[in-house]
Write a protein that binds this ligand. Structure first.
Ligand code: D8Q
Length: 115
């Protein structure tokens, strides 16, 4: 017998996918520049150029505190990491290339898990 789908149910499944995706991003070999917030004291120009900093530990904290309503709001924060990286880093740099690599990996994985 089919169970009635509640908002909570569909959200629950979306949040399970967020947990799966975040664990895979954190474990990726190219994730090291994105694991913790950019040290704005150590990186000249970062505070001025990047208006909305984001990193994987901040996303982990928000997920733990139930701050993502659905998969879409989670995906928006992950994309913010990669957009910030493209803005601040040359494509032909170690961190720039890492950002492109992580974005390609993420795009492939969330579309495979599509909510
Ligand atoms: C994502 N990102 C990271 C750094 C960085 O220095 N990360 C240190 C990792 N331990 C600098 C610029 C940048 O856009």
């Amino acid at each position: 017998v089919k169970k009635a789908k509640t908002a909570k149910d569909s959200n629950t499944h979306g949040l399970t996918k967020c947990r799966v995706l975040l664990a895979e991003l954190e474990a990726h070999p190219d994730a090291w520049p994105f694991l913790t917030p950019v040290n704005q004291k150590a990186v000249p120009g970062y505070r001025k150029v990047i208006k909305k900093p984001m990193d994987l530990s901040t996303i982990r904290e928000k997920l733990t505190n139930n701050q993502y309503l659905n998969l879409e709001t989670f995906i928006a924060d992950v994309n913010l990491i990669f957009d910030n990286c493209e803005k601040f880093n040359e494509d032909d740099s170690e961190i720039g290339r890492g950002g492109h690599s992580m974005r390609r990996f993420f795009d492939k994985r969330w579309t495979e898990l599509l909510d």
